[in-house]
Each structure stands twice: as C-alpha cells, then as structure tokens.
Design a protein around this ligand. Structure first.
Ligand code: GLN
Length: 286
C-alpha cells in the first residue's frame, strides 16, 4: 500500500474511537516510518514496506481499543517541549499549559536575586516541574510524587530537557517527606480530581491512565482537601498556589481554599481558553 492509502485506511479505522482520527493516524505513521508529517504528505505515493505496514496495523489496533496516542508514540508535546510518557503517568493535557502560564505571571518580571522556590505536588511526568524550571531560570523546584514509576519518568524528562540541576525529586505523599520548615513561593498541583463515579471505561483513553492520577474520590476533591490541610504551612508570606481542577469542581475547590487560607488570601477561579473553569489560584497577601 502507499502512504496515502495507509493514512486513509488508518483514519477510517480510528473514526469510532477518536475525535481526531486523521491526526492520530498521521502521528502513528510518523512513529512507524520515522518521518514527519511534512514528509508523509509529500510522499503520498511512496510504497510502505510490508514490515512497516504490519507495524502500522499493530499501532492502529492499539489506538482502536482506546490506548492514548501519547502512550503508543511514547511522548507528547507540552508547552513547546516533548515529554516522554509511559502508562506510569498521566498524559500531559493542553489545559495544564494554562496553569503554567498563570504560574509564570508575575515571576518572570520579578527582580529578585533570591531563587524562586517552586513545589510541584503530584508531578507525574514532570511536565509542570520541568517547564517551570526551564521558563524561570532563577527557580529551584521540588517535584513530589507518591509513585516511584512516575518519578522515574519525571527524572528522565528533566535530564532529557536539561532541567536536572534545578529540580529535586522527592518520593512521598504530599509534603510528608520534606523538612517541616521547608516553604515555597509557588506551589502547583494537578492532583487527581475526577469523581470516582465519573471515571470512564475503555475505549476512553483515561481508562489506560493510572487511576492513582485521576481518581479524586467520591466528590473528586479528596486529594485537594488533603493538600489544603497542609498548604498554608508550606507557602511563604506572599506565596501563590495554583491547582488544576475540573469545571464541575472548580468553584467548590475555591471555597475549600478560601476556608483553608482565611482572609489573608485572595482566591480566584480562572477559566481556560475554552471558557471552562480550570484553575484555582490562591494569592497570599503580605
Ligand atoms: N484532565 C483530566 C481528565 O479530564 C483529569 C486530570 C486529573 O485528574 N488531574 O481526564
């Protein structure tokens, strides 16, 4: 078969499972052939080797039962960089780029000789920790996860992207493994926030992701409740906390945050570029 025919057939195969079947098919054929999309489109008449064609079939089959594209390809783009992923970690989502943009606000222009101390709780693939470390060259980042498998992926990404020297990786539950007096100017968290009852079965791609990274308990807010019990003691006087949430839970999470921090903090719910409430920002006032 030709490249063009393979893409057309692949797109057809993925139509039932994916909202972007053509993009998915292109990505999988890129992986198989080691050529990028521009090459594929310029070589629609090129013949596939039988071996490549069989390999493409195999990857299509994996995607057709719901496996996330990023797991099959082994990586995904986030904030302009390529992050390795495995089934040990949640696949970084575009909406988390919005959390990054919010967290960067203010610090970029901050004229301070002191390093900005950042903590990423539940780092997963390390996409938030590594991105913030690279975007803020005068930062020091602590990246925490309960999953050793996730930390291994995060450390791999830090090394591959050149952020290793500024990130400390910590195995632990929330802040439990840190010294009792360690505090941060900025805490970011994308904790599990899907209500247990809303966890989707295959072929939904999330069914292939670690439950530990998605299941937020009965109301979806249990992990954040545990974070908020400790966060006020971990934030410096003018520190900020950014939590990713779902549109269904953002307002409730903001309420919990206000209760945890009291009057000394301003809490705001920020909508993403699709106008869905996504991030809860807590700014502590001096
Ligand atoms: N955004 C993810 C989803 O909707 C959930 C991520 C999370 O729980 N932190 O599948």
């Amino acid at each position: 078969v030709t490249v063009g025919t393979a893409l057309a057939n692949g797109t057809q195969r993925l139509r039932a499972v994916s909202r972007s079947p053509r993009i998915d098919a292109v990505r999988l054929l890129e992986v198989v052939l080691g050529h990028d999309v521009a090459w594929l489109f310029a070589h629609g008449e090129a013949q596939l080797e039988p071996r490549d064609s069989a390999c493409f079939e195999e990857l299509l089959e994996r995607r057709a039962v719901g496996e996330p594209l990023a797991y099959i390809a082994g990586s995904v783009g986030f904030y302009g960089r390529e992050f390795a992923v495995s089934p040990a970690v949640l696949v970084p989502r575009p909406e988390s780029e919005h959390l990054v943009a919010l967290a960067l606000e203010g610090w970029r222009s901050a004229r301070t000789s002191e390093p900005i101390r950042i903590c990423d709780v539940g780092t997963g693939s390390g996409n938030l920790a590594v991105t913030l470390a690279l975007e803020l060259p005068h930062s020091r980042v602590v990246a925490i996860d309960v999953s050793p498998g996730a930390l291994a992926v995060a450390a791999h990404n830090a090394k591959a992207l050149g952020a290793m020297s500024r990130i400390r990786f910590v195995l632990g539950d929330m802040f439990a493994s840190l010294a009792p007096d360690e505090r941060f100017d900025c805490i970011v968290a994308n904790l599990p926030y899907v209500a247990t009852g809303d966890l989707a079965p295959a072929p939904d791609p999330t069914a292939f992701e670690p439950r530990l990274a998605l299941d937020g308990g009965g109301d979806g807010l249990e992990p954040y409740q545990r974070l908020l019990a400790q966060a006020p003691d971990r934030l410096t006087e003018a520190g900020r906390l950014f939590m990713e949430a779902g549109p269904d839970t953002a307002q409730a999470l903001a309420g919990l945050a206000q209760a945890a921090f009291g009057a000394v903090a301003s809490v705001m719910v920020v909508a993403d570029y699709a106008a869905r409430e996504r991030v809860v920002r807590v700014c502590r006032r001096r």
